[in-house]
Design a protein around this ligand. Structure first.
Ligand SMILES: [Zn+2]
Length: 548
């Protein structure tokens, strides 16, 4: 007997065998039972989720000799003919290859005649969105006045391409992608019945690659079986599909988190020399980071991630090292690099560049944490309102402290008053955070952020971050939010430390200034700020013309 591919062999033959589409199945069964059958149906959804299978089952339900019935017998000659595709009254048409007006005209002529054997003539048109405009117009005429013995079932992966005039005459059902658990369960049942041994890693791989399509899952299983026979392990799957060693993916995340560029490049070298596909490695890396974000943010990540328990534990552990914001930023950066890598003729070099950028990213301090510290400081200032002979920042924080990555300068008191919001950087950052998490994550890594005289200046230590912010997408978003917040046009300067104006004053200290400095250091408020933030004084600026 000829080999029948699994997708056909295991095709559902009755409504009860259809998986993951209970909302559609139930409605159709009710319609058949109550005799309220429409003249045109539209089944929309991703490929391989059961649209044409359900169309055939519906045809059987309507035509079965013991029907119409919601449980067709699958035994009578009519049911059997529909199953093996030889019924003279059921027309399965591929919309992609019969898309012209001539084919549809022929169909219209043919539809006028009564069915030969069955109750209805049923036209199942797959990929119906491929029809040409004149073909749709011709079809519309039949849909407007359908003969009583004709039923249309249209299937499509792209319902938005179907003219509204057609859509409005169809009863529409949207098919869902199948959840990983459903595909896993079905595959397990099949490999049991077929007497195949498949490793747990192999099963997960199929489910992940199938992306919710049962047909894709079964085709992959077919390929694996034809290569590896009845017993398939991780190695066979790696050989057929160029599967990446997940160990290397985890190690790469560790290297990125530790800013260990040397290790990152060495890992790329390993992946490369092992002959694994670099783009697949990258895709796995992106997915692992995505899983990390899910694990950190969702209380029940179970159905959202498709990984083994030991992998999950590993990710759990990794996730504790970084804030969600930081991981999110890595994910964002890698997703941006995805397009670069896809187009690159030198994937290894491109991958190295992207990972270099990732290694340079500094950790993100959540805005709440910064704002919390600022408010502590602010209340301390209120309690002790004695004037300070300093302008700008009295304190600086040691490297590694939370506030180090982002310092704000006070508003210049001499700046002309302009309508709209005051020029406060903290308020603006809070606003950006409420609008765009990725953008605020970048801003938080700046060295200085100042708003003065209708100009926003953002200074980064490293040019890769200023480049990222100059990137058209972020830049447009920043301008938009800036305008929205300040209610006016603000100039935006994005600089990296090397080109930014030097912030330190090198003037010789006069005796008077030295005394002022000593007083500042001893000032109780400065001391309190130091104890709250646990820092040390790095620089003191004396305002020109200050008395003390
Ligand atoms: Zn039957």
């Amino acid at each position: 007997m000829a080999y029948l591919v699994l997708a056909r062999k295991w095709r559902p033959q009755s409504f009860s065998e259809v998986m993951g589409q209970s909302h559609v199945v139930q409605a159709l069964q009710n319609a058949v039972r109550q005799g309220r059958v429409a003249h045109a149906y539209l089944f929309a959804g991703a490929r391989g989720v059961g649209k044409t299978s359900v169309a055939r089952i519906l045809a059987k339900a309507l035509e079965c000799e013991s029907g119409p019935t919601e449980t067709p017998c699958n035994q009578c000659p009519i049911c059997r003919e529909i199953t093996n595709g030889s019924s003279v009254d059921i027309y399965e048409i591929d919309g992609a290859s019969n898309r012209g007006i001539d084919e549809i005209r022929e169909l219209r002529e043919n539809a006028k005649y009564l069915p030969a054997k069955c109750r209805y003539k049923i036209y199942i048109i797959d990929e119906v969105h491929m029809l040409t405009e004149p073909a749709f117009n011709a079809l519309l005429k039949t849909l407007e006045e359908p003969p009583a013995h004709v039923i249309f079932i249209f299937a499509t992966t792209e319902p938005h391409k179907i003219p509204i005039t057609i859509l409005s005459r169809c009863q529409r059902y949207d098919f869902k992608r199948l959840p990983a658990s459903v595909i896993t369960g079905h595959l397990k049942a099949i490999i049991d019945q077929e007497g195949i041994k498949l490793s747990a890693g192999g099963l997960r791989f199929i489910v992940r690659e199938a992306e919710g399509s049962m047909r894709d899952a079964l085709s992959l299983l077919d390929r694996i079986i034809s290569y590896g026979g009845d017993e398939v392990g991780d190695e066979e799957i790696a050989a057929v599909f160029g599967l990446v060693d997940q160990r290397l993916v985890i190690e790469m995340i560790v290297a990125i988190f530790e800013h260990n560029l040397e290790r990152s490049i060495d890992l790329i070298y390993q992946v490369y020399t092992q002959g694994q596909d670099l783009k697949r490695f990258y895709a796995d890396l992106v997915e692992a980071l995505r899983n990390l974000v899910i694990i950190k943010t969702c209380r029940k990540p179970g159905p959202l991630i498709n990984i083994a328990d030991d992998e999950k534990e590993e990710l759990d552990r990794l996730g504790q090292a970084k804030s969600t914001e930081t991981i999110y930023l890595y994910l964002q950066l890698l997703l941006q690099g995805w397009e670069e890598l896809r187009r690159s003729s030198q994937p290894r070099l491109t991958l190295e560049m992207i990972l270099m950028r990732a290694s340079l990213l500094q950790d993100v301090v959540p805005v709440e944490k910064i704002l919390e510290k600022i408010s502590i400081l602010a209340s301390a200032i209120k309690e002790n309102e004695s004037p300070l002979p300093v302008r700008g920042q009295p304190t600086a924080y040691p490297p590694g402290s939370d506030l180090d990555s982002c310092r704000y300068e006070e508003k210049d008191p001499e700046a002309p008053f302009v309508s709209g919001r005051p020029e406060d950087p903290e308020g603006f950052l809070g606003f950006v955070k409420s609008k765009s998490l990725p953008l605020v994550s970048i801003l938080q890594q700046c060295q200085r952020l100042t708003v003065k005289n209708d100009a926003l200046a953002i200074v980064f230590a490293d040019h890769s971050l200023s480049d990222l912010l100059k990137d058209s997408f972020y830049n447009a978003r920043l301008r938009e939010l800036c305008r929205e917040y300040y209610q006016r046009d603000i100039r935006i300067d994005i600089l990296s430390e090397s080109v930014a104006a030097p912030g330190r004053e090198t003037a010789e200290e006069t005796g008077r200034e030295r005394t002022a400095r000593e007083e500042i250091v001893k000032h109780p408020l400065v001391q309190e700020a130091l104890s709250i933030l646990g820092g040390h004084i790095e620089e003191i600026k004396i305002e020109k013309g200050a008395d003390r």
